[in-house]
Write a protein that binds this ligand. Structure first.
Ligand SMILES: [Zn+2]
Ligand SMILES: [Zn+2]
Length: 317
Protein backbone atom coordinates (compact mmCIF):
# COMPACT_ATOMS: atom_id res chain seq x y z
CA UNK A 1 0.00 0.00 0.00
CA UNK A 2 1.33 3.42 -0.94
CA UNK A 3 -0.20 6.81 -0.29
CA UNK A 4 0.79 10.42 0.14
CA UNK A 5 0.40 11.82 3.65
CA UNK A 6 0.88 15.29 5.05
CA UNK A 7 2.51 16.04 8.39
CA UNK A 8 -0.02 18.15 10.29
CA UNK A 9 2.62 20.16 12.18
CA UNK A 10 5.34 20.73 9.57
CA UNK A 11 3.27 20.47 6.38
CA UNK A 12 5.88 18.02 4.96
CA UNK A 13 4.67 15.55 2.36
CA UNK A 14 5.54 11.92 2.99
CA UNK A 15 5.18 8.81 0.88
CA UNK A 16 3.74 6.22 3.19
CA UNK A 17 4.66 2.73 2.04
CA UNK A 18 3.55 0.11 4.51
CA UNK A 19 5.72 -2.69 3.13
CA UNK A 20 8.98 -0.80 3.76
CA UNK A 21 9.58 -1.99 7.27
CA UNK A 22 7.06 -4.54 8.26
CA UNK A 23 8.98 -6.01 11.12
CA UNK A 24 7.72 -4.21 14.20
CA UNK A 25 10.64 -5.35 16.37
CA UNK A 26 13.19 -4.15 13.95
CA UNK A 27 16.52 -4.33 15.80
CA UNK A 28 19.04 -2.48 13.72
CA UNK A 29 22.73 -2.72 14.33
CA UNK A 30 23.99 0.77 13.60
CA UNK A 31 27.49 -0.29 14.52
CA UNK A 32 27.56 2.04 17.51
CA UNK A 33 24.60 1.18 19.68
CA UNK A 34 24.98 2.55 23.16
CA UNK A 35 26.49 0.43 25.85
CA UNK A 36 25.23 1.74 29.16
CA UNK A 37 27.35 -0.71 31.15
CA UNK A 38 30.47 1.44 31.05
CA UNK A 39 32.04 3.24 33.99
CA UNK A 40 30.36 6.12 35.81
CA UNK A 41 33.56 8.17 35.50
CA UNK A 42 36.02 8.54 32.65
CA UNK A 43 39.34 10.30 33.19
CA UNK A 44 39.37 11.34 29.50
CA UNK A 45 35.97 13.06 29.50
CA UNK A 46 35.73 16.87 29.85
CA UNK A 47 32.12 16.60 31.10
CA UNK A 48 32.79 14.18 33.96
CA UNK A 49 32.61 15.43 37.53
CA UNK A 50 36.12 16.14 38.78
CA UNK A 51 37.49 16.92 35.29
CA UNK A 52 36.47 20.59 35.29
CA UNK A 53 39.09 22.83 33.72
CA UNK A 54 39.92 26.47 34.44
CA UNK A 55 38.62 27.69 31.10
CA UNK A 56 35.18 26.07 31.57
CA UNK A 57 32.59 28.82 31.66
CA UNK A 58 29.97 27.55 34.10
CA UNK A 59 26.54 29.11 33.47
CA UNK A 60 24.38 27.38 36.05
CA UNK A 61 24.12 24.11 37.95
CA UNK A 62 21.88 21.96 40.12
CA UNK A 63 23.65 20.80 43.25
CA UNK A 64 23.03 17.96 45.64
CA UNK A 65 25.07 17.40 48.81
CA UNK A 66 27.64 19.97 47.69
CA UNK A 67 28.30 18.46 44.26
CA UNK A 68 26.76 19.28 40.88
CA UNK A 69 24.36 16.72 39.44
CA UNK A 70 23.45 18.63 36.26
CA UNK A 71 25.16 21.74 34.87
CA UNK A 72 25.31 24.13 31.97
CA UNK A 73 28.54 25.44 30.45
CA UNK A 74 29.38 27.62 27.45
CA UNK A 75 30.11 25.54 24.34
CA UNK A 76 33.83 25.78 23.60
CA UNK A 77 33.19 25.38 19.86
CA UNK A 78 30.01 27.45 19.47
CA UNK A 79 27.89 27.41 16.31
CA UNK A 80 26.75 30.86 17.31
CA UNK A 81 28.33 33.54 19.54
CA UNK A 82 28.21 37.26 20.24
CA UNK A 83 31.00 38.26 17.81
CA UNK A 84 28.88 39.69 14.96
CA UNK A 85 25.68 41.69 14.75
CA UNK A 86 24.30 39.86 11.75
CA UNK A 87 23.76 36.57 13.57
CA UNK A 88 24.30 36.32 17.29
CA UNK A 89 23.33 34.36 20.36
CA UNK A 90 24.67 31.97 22.98
CA UNK A 91 25.52 28.31 22.66
CA UNK A 92 25.41 26.29 25.88
CA UNK A 93 25.93 22.62 26.64
CA UNK A 94 23.79 21.08 29.36
CA UNK A 95 25.38 18.09 30.99
CA UNK A 96 22.29 16.12 31.92
CA UNK A 97 23.83 13.97 34.63
CA UNK A 98 27.25 13.68 36.24
CA UNK A 99 27.27 9.98 35.26
CA UNK A 100 29.43 9.30 32.21
CA UNK A 101 27.46 6.13 31.49
CA UNK A 102 24.10 7.88 31.85
CA UNK A 103 21.63 8.16 28.96
CA UNK A 104 17.91 8.73 28.40
CA UNK A 105 17.74 4.93 28.25
CA UNK A 106 18.93 4.49 31.85
CA UNK A 107 18.47 7.79 33.71
CA UNK A 108 16.22 7.65 36.77
CA UNK A 109 13.33 10.04 37.36
CA UNK A 110 15.38 12.36 39.62
CA UNK A 111 18.06 12.70 36.95
CA UNK A 112 15.42 13.75 34.39
CA UNK A 113 13.93 16.18 36.94
CA UNK A 114 17.32 17.81 37.67
CA UNK A 115 18.02 18.12 33.95
CA UNK A 116 14.62 19.66 33.13
CA UNK A 117 14.76 22.03 36.11
CA UNK A 118 18.07 23.34 34.78
CA UNK A 119 16.87 23.45 31.17
CA UNK A 120 13.79 25.50 32.08
CA UNK A 121 15.96 27.90 34.09
CA UNK A 122 18.47 28.36 31.25
CA UNK A 123 15.76 28.98 28.65
CA UNK A 124 14.14 31.58 30.90
CA UNK A 125 17.50 33.31 31.37
CA UNK A 126 18.51 33.25 27.69
CA UNK A 127 15.12 34.52 26.50
CA UNK A 128 15.61 37.68 28.55
CA UNK A 129 18.85 38.65 26.81
CA UNK A 130 18.86 41.65 24.54
CA UNK A 131 17.95 41.11 20.89
CA UNK A 132 17.14 37.38 21.29
CA UNK A 133 14.13 36.22 19.27
CA UNK A 134 14.29 32.46 19.70
CA UNK A 135 15.84 29.88 22.04
CA UNK A 136 16.43 26.49 20.47
CA UNK A 137 16.84 23.24 22.43
CA UNK A 138 18.18 20.03 20.95
CA UNK A 139 19.88 16.79 21.84
CA UNK A 140 22.09 14.53 19.75
CA UNK A 141 22.62 11.01 21.02
CA UNK A 142 25.51 9.01 19.50
CA UNK A 143 27.56 10.00 16.50
CA UNK A 144 24.92 9.08 13.89
CA UNK A 145 22.76 11.86 15.30
CA UNK A 146 25.57 14.43 15.34
CA UNK A 147 26.93 13.92 18.88
CA UNK A 148 30.67 14.27 19.31
CA UNK A 149 30.94 13.34 22.98
CA UNK A 150 29.47 10.30 24.72
CA UNK A 151 28.74 11.93 28.10
CA UNK A 152 24.95 12.64 28.15
CA UNK A 153 24.29 16.23 27.13
CA UNK A 154 21.82 18.54 25.39
CA UNK A 155 22.41 21.92 23.78
CA UNK A 156 20.75 25.32 23.72
CA UNK A 157 21.34 28.01 21.12
CA UNK A 158 19.74 31.43 21.32
CA UNK A 159 19.31 33.55 18.20
CA UNK A 160 18.54 37.05 17.00
CA UNK A 161 16.22 35.41 14.45
CA UNK A 162 13.45 32.80 14.28
CA UNK A 163 14.89 29.70 12.56
CA UNK A 164 13.30 28.60 9.25
CA UNK A 165 11.94 25.31 10.67
CA UNK A 166 9.96 27.25 13.29
CA UNK A 167 8.84 29.78 10.67
CA UNK A 168 7.55 26.87 8.60
CA UNK A 169 5.62 25.38 11.53
CA UNK A 170 4.24 28.79 12.50
CA UNK A 171 3.00 29.30 8.95
CA UNK A 172 1.21 25.92 8.94
CA UNK A 173 -0.43 26.79 12.29
CA UNK A 174 -1.44 30.28 11.09
CA UNK A 175 -3.13 28.87 8.01
CA UNK A 176 -5.04 26.38 10.15
CA UNK A 177 -6.14 29.16 12.49
CA UNK A 178 -7.30 31.31 9.61
CA UNK A 179 -9.38 28.50 8.16
CA UNK A 180 -10.76 26.85 11.30
CA UNK A 181 -10.67 29.68 13.86
CA UNK A 182 -9.07 27.25 16.30
CA UNK A 183 -5.56 26.26 17.36
CA UNK A 184 -3.93 23.54 15.24
CA UNK A 185 -2.35 22.02 18.34
CA UNK A 186 -5.61 21.90 20.31
CA UNK A 187 -7.25 20.28 17.30
CA UNK A 188 -4.49 17.67 17.00
CA UNK A 189 -4.85 16.86 20.71
CA UNK A 190 -8.64 16.49 20.38
CA UNK A 191 -8.38 14.37 17.24
CA UNK A 192 -5.71 12.08 18.71
CA UNK A 193 -7.67 11.57 21.93
CA UNK A 194 -10.77 10.76 19.94
CA UNK A 195 -8.95 8.30 17.68
CA UNK A 196 -6.90 6.85 20.58
CA UNK A 197 -4.86 4.41 18.46
CA UNK A 198 -1.84 6.68 18.10
CA UNK A 199 -1.82 7.86 21.72
CA UNK A 200 1.05 6.50 23.82
CA UNK A 201 0.32 8.45 27.00
CA UNK A 202 -2.24 11.09 27.85
CA UNK A 203 -0.95 13.15 30.76
CA UNK A 204 -2.39 16.14 32.54
CA UNK A 205 0.06 18.55 30.85
CA UNK A 206 1.42 16.64 27.86
CA UNK A 207 0.16 14.29 25.17
CA UNK A 208 2.60 11.68 23.85
CA UNK A 209 1.67 10.21 20.47
CA UNK A 210 2.94 8.82 17.18
CA UNK A 211 2.05 11.20 14.33
CA UNK A 212 0.00 10.01 11.35
CA UNK A 213 2.69 11.29 9.00
CA UNK A 214 6.29 12.32 9.53
CA UNK A 215 9.40 12.41 7.34
CA UNK A 216 11.30 10.42 9.89
CA UNK A 217 10.37 6.78 10.29
CA UNK A 218 9.25 6.13 13.85
CA UNK A 219 9.26 9.76 15.04
CA UNK A 220 7.40 10.39 18.30
CA UNK A 221 5.88 13.68 19.40
CA UNK A 222 4.87 15.31 22.64
CA UNK A 223 2.54 18.33 22.68
CA UNK A 224 2.17 20.52 25.74
CA UNK A 225 -1.54 20.98 26.43
CA UNK A 226 -1.42 24.45 27.98
CA UNK A 227 0.27 27.61 26.76
CA UNK A 228 2.73 28.15 29.62
CA UNK A 229 6.10 29.20 28.17
CA UNK A 230 8.95 26.71 28.43
CA UNK A 231 10.95 28.99 30.71
CA UNK A 232 8.02 29.19 33.13
CA UNK A 233 7.15 25.49 33.40
CA UNK A 234 6.03 24.45 36.90
CA UNK A 235 7.43 21.65 39.03
CA UNK A 236 4.34 19.60 38.09
CA UNK A 237 5.08 20.06 34.36
CA UNK A 238 8.73 19.09 34.96
CA UNK A 239 7.74 16.01 36.95
CA UNK A 240 5.33 14.85 34.26
CA UNK A 241 7.70 15.33 31.35
CA UNK A 242 10.43 13.53 33.33
CA UNK A 243 8.09 10.60 33.91
CA UNK A 244 7.07 10.53 30.24
CA UNK A 245 10.65 10.49 28.91
CA UNK A 246 11.81 7.90 31.40
CA UNK A 247 8.95 5.51 30.54
CA UNK A 248 9.16 6.22 26.81
CA UNK A 249 12.86 5.42 26.55
CA UNK A 250 12.43 2.26 28.62
CA UNK A 251 9.85 1.07 26.09
CA UNK A 252 11.75 2.39 23.06
CA UNK A 253 14.78 0.35 24.10
CA UNK A 254 12.82 -2.90 24.02
CA UNK A 255 11.50 -1.91 20.58
CA UNK A 256 14.73 -1.16 18.77
CA UNK A 257 17.70 -1.14 21.16
CA UNK A 258 19.62 1.89 22.42
CA UNK A 259 19.81 3.53 19.02
CA UNK A 260 20.95 7.07 18.12
CA UNK A 261 18.24 9.74 18.24
CA UNK A 262 17.62 13.48 18.27
CA UNK A 263 15.27 15.32 20.58
CA UNK A 264 14.13 18.77 19.40
CA UNK A 265 12.04 21.02 21.61
CA UNK A 266 10.13 23.68 19.69
CA UNK A 267 8.97 26.50 21.93
CA UNK A 268 7.30 29.85 21.34
CA UNK A 269 9.36 32.63 19.82
CA UNK A 270 10.43 35.02 22.59
CA UNK A 271 7.76 37.64 21.77
CA UNK A 272 4.99 35.13 22.67
CA UNK A 273 2.69 36.88 20.24
CA UNK A 274 1.15 33.78 18.72
CA UNK A 275 0.11 31.76 21.74
CA UNK A 276 -3.29 31.03 20.19
CA UNK A 277 -1.77 29.45 17.08
CA UNK A 278 1.41 27.71 18.27
CA UNK A 279 2.26 25.39 21.19
CA UNK A 280 5.45 23.95 22.72
CA UNK A 281 6.13 20.46 21.39
CA UNK A 282 8.89 17.86 21.24
CA UNK A 283 10.10 15.83 18.26
CA UNK A 284 11.90 12.60 19.16
CA UNK A 285 13.54 11.35 16.01
CA UNK A 286 15.19 7.91 15.78
CA UNK A 287 18.30 7.92 13.57
CA UNK A 288 18.15 4.31 12.50
CA UNK A 289 18.20 4.95 8.80
CA UNK A 290 20.07 7.47 6.75
CA UNK A 291 18.53 9.36 3.87
CA UNK A 292 19.25 8.42 0.31
CA UNK A 293 19.35 10.19 -3.02
CA UNK A 294 15.59 9.89 -3.44
CA UNK A 295 14.94 12.06 -0.39
CA UNK A 296 17.74 14.51 -1.17
CA UNK A 297 16.67 14.99 -4.78
CA UNK A 298 12.93 15.30 -4.20
CA UNK A 299 12.50 16.52 -0.59
CA UNK A 300 9.94 13.71 -0.40
CA UNK A 301 10.54 11.24 2.38
CA UNK A 302 9.49 7.63 2.39
CA UNK A 303 8.01 6.36 5.63
CA UNK A 304 7.10 2.78 6.40
CA UNK A 305 6.46 2.72 10.14
CA UNK A 306 2.80 2.09 10.95
CA UNK A 307 1.94 4.71 13.60
CA UNK A 308 -0.87 2.61 15.10
CA UNK A 309 1.39 -0.40 15.50
CA UNK A 310 4.22 1.64 17.02
CA UNK A 311 1.86 3.43 19.45
CA UNK A 312 0.32 0.11 20.48
CA UNK A 313 3.78 -1.24 21.30
CA UNK A 314 4.87 1.87 23.23
CA UNK A 315 1.64 2.49 25.18
CA UNK A 316 2.26 2.98 28.92
CA UNK A 317 0.58 0.43 31.15
ZN1 LIG B 1 31.99 11.88 31.18
ZN1 LIG C 1 8.20 21.27 15.66
Amino acid sequence: MKEIRKDSITGDLVIYASYRNQRPHDMVNTGENFNGNGEEYSSECPFCRGNESKDDELKDSIELDGDWVSKSVANKFPIIDMSTEEIFGEHEVLIETFRHNGSFYNMNIEEFQFFFTLLVRRVDKLEKEKGIKYVNIFKNFLRNSGASLMHPHSQITSFNLIPPEIQKELQVAREHYKKKKSSLYDDIILAELKYQKRVVYNGKYFLLYVPYATRYNGEIRIIQKDDIEFGKLSVSHINEISYILKELFKKWKTYQGEIPFNMLIHTYPVDNKEKDVFRTHFHIVPRKYNFGGFELSTNLFVCGTDPNQLAEFLKFQ
